[in-house]
Design a protein around this ligand. Structure first.
Ligand SMILES: Cc1ncc(COP(=O)(O)O)c(C=O)c1O
Length: 384
């Protein structure tokens, strides 16, 4: 069956599949071959069929499927989320160019920009994504790219995304958004005219915490430039991981819709608990960007953060006592994970800067899996 349906459930199973099916196999087999027989129409080095060039049948189907999920023109899979982010920035920026980037974002992206990208001669300024008026002051004639996250990690802020797009268009900047936390179920950047959406597919897209993978989705011309760079840097996703990612994507909508609902119920439970001092979740009416989240997102996501009245000691003890949640970084899988971002995912940000951003050492991040919501609440209640 080919899929002309626009529903994300159908597209996540069928979009971009080979028709007819390869040897009538219902599931696309793993093409575990580094090289492919040469054919005469391969006029360019980048057209030769070779695993590092990301053009095996497993890659091609994933590219078509990911583009379809976000209603975008094209997509490219990479060996990790960081490979997608670093390769895209390296492909689109050169010495002398300037980047505007959200101040509170995934620690790996933060350190890549501050420690590595600057060594190529690119300069950058952090921006407060809630305050569009402040962006103008940081804009330079050399500014080329504006970069934000849909739902920021780990404080779950929702940037003024409509203002980002307007600002990017007006100033002819490439707009990039890390859409990992929202997933294509809750937000599709191309529909809002973002140029590029980045994903750690390690998270919701794969959903089973068994591979590391990434993707960049968006305008065809930009994806072509990034593919060229990826082919040189070598951040290819191996065929077995391609297969697992394709399998994971098939249940994306089912998982994320359940996780949206479950996380909201858990956030509501925590916000009324006497041991909890603050809950960060965009689906709570008290969240400062609740209205914006309602307007932009189809769901508020499966991640929430919270602080306890007892501070860091209480946070350590809670993490020790929960039985269902696993103490581990990462997110977006079927199993609930609990972590303190200040000592794991965001440890690479210097402590003073972390505090300035609002990431306290006692902040706990919960990535809600697909276990029964009542079990997770009862487990947290017991531990609190
Ligand atoms: C929002 C976000 N973007 C990117 C990444 C990097 O992804 P990966 O670990 O797949 O390289 C992560 C990892 O936690 C993340 O949370």
């Amino acid at each position: 069956m080919t899929s002309d349906s626009n529903s994300i459930e159908t597209k996540s199973i069928h979009a971009g599949a080979y028709e007819p099916k390869v040897n009538k196999a219902v599931t696309l087999p793993i093409f575990q071959s580094s090289t492919f027989e040469y054919s005469d129409n391969e006029s360019d080095y980048h057209d030769i069929k070779y695993l590092r060039l990301n053009n095996t049948p497993n890659h091609i189907v994933l590219h078509r499927r990911l583009a379809a999920l976000e209603n975008a023109e094209a997509a490219l899979v990479t060996s990790s989320g960081m490979a997608a982010i670093s390769t895209s920035l390296l492909a689109l920026m050169k010495a002398g160019d300037h980047l505007l980037i959200q101040d509170c974002l995934y620690g790996g992206t933060h350190s890549f920009v501050a420690e590595d990208l600057v060594k190529t001669g690119v300069t950058f300024d952090f921006i407060d994504a809630q305050n569009p008026k402040s962006w103008e002051k940081k804009l330079k004639p050399q500014t080329k790219v504006i970069y934000v996250e849909t739902i920021s990690n780990p404080l779950l802020q929702i940037a003024d995304l409509k203002a980002v797009i307007e600002f990017a268009k007006f100033n002819r900047l490439v707009s990039m958004i890390d859409n990992t936390f929202a997933s294509p179920v809750n937000f599709r950047p191309a529909e809002w005219e973002f140029d590029l959406s980045l994903h750690s597919c390690t998270k919701y897209l794969n959903g089973h915490s068994d591979i590391v993978a990434g993707a960049v989705i968006g305008r065809e011309a930009l994806i072509k430039t990034i593919t060229h760079k990826l082919n040189h840097l070598g951040g290819t996703l191996d065929p077995h991981s391609c297969f697992l990612l394709e399998r994971g994507i098939k249940t994306l909508a089912l998982r994320v819709r359940f996780q949206n609902e479950s996380a909201l119920k858990i956030a509501q439970f925590l916000s009324t608990h006497r041991a909890v001092s603050k809950v960060y979740y965009p689906g709570l009416e008290v969240h400062p960007q609740y209205r914006r989240a309602q307007e932009l997102l189809n769901g508020f996501g499966g991640v929430l953060s919270f602080e306890l009245k007892g501070g860091s000691d209480a946070a350590v003890s809670l993490i020790d006592r929960v039985k269902i949640s696993t103490h581990a970084p990462s997110l977006g899988g079927v199993e609930t994970l609990i972590t303190r971002p200040g000592v794991t995912t965001h440890i690479s940000i210097p402590p003073e800067e972390r505090l300035k951003l609002g990431i306290r050492d006692d902040l706990i991040r919960l990535s809600v899996g697909i276990e029964a919501t009542a079990d997770l609440i009862s487990d947290l209640d017991g531990a609190l």
